[in-house]
Design a binder for this molecule. Structure first.
Ligand code: PLP
Ligand code: ZN
Length: 382
């Protein structure tokens, strides 16, 4: 017996349209990337002002499913109680959104509750994904909850904690030399042929789960968004998801059309910084990064398919992009943990280094309200 009722799609979901060329795709069958241009698909809803009044939210469930009007699944979702994570005050107008509190200890749970629910609704018999580590653990857990076989492929130097949790949840694990790009290639060539692939931004629904981080910020800050969001960026689902949410919040009447959006800061490691390089060179697209190296494994994504969307999100919000030297990440993790009590991952350590730099340069002003994402627990890396 499955643990969950059969998930059913949200009737407000009107279809999937390509983020780049606009081609519309039918959401009632499994879709990957745009069949015309090969780029990511966006989930569209029929929403307008008043459809999701903030005043109706408080009695709702303390998970990201409190926003189900703007999520792909209306009922029967595969859930482990993800989202609605705390905003921990870190002093000087900074809050840490502590995503380590999610099932499997990272914000990847948000994407996977949505992607696995949609896959089940579409009749999936198995699910697969390449991962830098945390996404694999989350997929393995949600696959277990849905009673679906899971195959994950990770770089062979992925932290042991990430690999072992996948095995614990019963997933089939393959380790390959190289980065997540090599894991994706391996899966393409050797993966089970009839499985639904939930690779970052190569299926439409993970971003839907991730976007709820922005809805939560708005609700937790009393109906306002922060001035600055500092976000460690690999594939970019969180950054792109929150930016998509801002557009939806305008449609819902939560935000005025002309109101400034949080300036989005995309943080990468100096050893793998395709988004930063794209931003600094004024490019519309990111170019693949050769010889990607960093111990902030979630940031080791050399050629993100959604790189062009990260660049749009940064520019449209008046944000910026920062590359952090590898040697500064470990000491920052220890500094933040000791100063705040939050168990931060190396990716968030990198974000903290960027935050300090932006503040000392005056890009972040003393009056700014800043939210920094601790995207996962530090425990799996030890
Ligand atoms: C802890 C952590 N932070 C950040 C990221 C990057 O996330 P995104 O792909 O949403 O940019 C990852 C991805 O693996 C991660 O595991
Ligand atoms: Zn397209």
């Amino acid at each position: 017996m499955p643990n969950h009722a059969m998930p059913a799609f949200n009737p407000r979901l009107t279809g999937l349209s390509c983020f780049s060329c606009g081609t519309v795709h039918d959401h009632r069958i499994v879709q990957g990337v745009c069949r015309v241009c090969g780029l990511p698909l966006r989930v569209d809803y029929d929403i307008s002002a008043g459809d999701l009044p903030l005043s109706k939210l408080p009695p709702r469930v303390a998970s990201l499913w409190r926003y189900r009007e703007v999520l792909p699944i209306a009922t029967g979702e595969v859930t482990l109680g993800e989202g609605w994570t705390p905003l921990v005050p870190a002093g000087d107008g900074v809050w840490i959104k502590d995503e380590a509190r999610n099932p499997t200890g990272s914000f990847k749970a948000r994407g996977m509750t949505a992607a696995v629910s949609a896959a089940v609704a579409l009749g999936a018999r198995a699910v697969v994904a390449p991962s830098a580590g945390n996404a694999a653990g989350a997929l393995a857990a949600y696959g277990a909850a849905a009673h679906l076989p899971v195959t994950v492929v990770m770089p062979e130097d992925t932290p042991r904690g990430c690999i072992e949790e996948c095995r614990l949840y019963g997933a089939t694990v393959h380790l390959v030399p190289g980065t997540i790009a090599d894991a994706g290639r391996w899966l393409h060539e050797n993966g089970p042929p009839d499985a639904v692939d939930v690779s970052t931004l190569k299926e439409p629904y993970r971003i839907e789960g991730k976007k709820t981080m922005a809805y939560e910020l708005y609700e937790q800050l009393g109906g306002e968004l922060p001035d600055v969001i500092v976000y460690p960026t690999g594939g970019g689902t969180g950054l792109v998801g929150m930016w998509k949410a801002f557009g939806e919040m305008r449609a819902l009447g939560w935000l005025d059309d002309g109101a400034p959006l949080p300036r989005m800061v995309s943080v990468q490691a100096a050893g793998c910084a395709p988004v930063v390089r794209g931003f600094e060179s004024g490019a519309e697209r990111t170019e693949p990064w050769a010889n990607a190296t960093t111990h902030a494994y979630g940031l080791r994504v050399p050629s993100p398919i959604g790189g062009f969307l990260c660049l749009r999100a940064i520019r449209e919000t008046g944000g910026t992009a920062c590359a952090v030297p590898e040697s500064e990440i470990g000491p920052a993790v220890r500094r933040v943990a000791a100063a705040t009590g939050v168990d931060v991952c190396p990716e968030a350590g990198a974000a903290w280094v960027a935050l300090e730099g932006l503040r000392s340069r005056g890009w972040i002003r003393p009056s700014d309200r800043v939210v920094l994402f601790n995207t996962g627990t530090g425990l799996k890396y030890r």
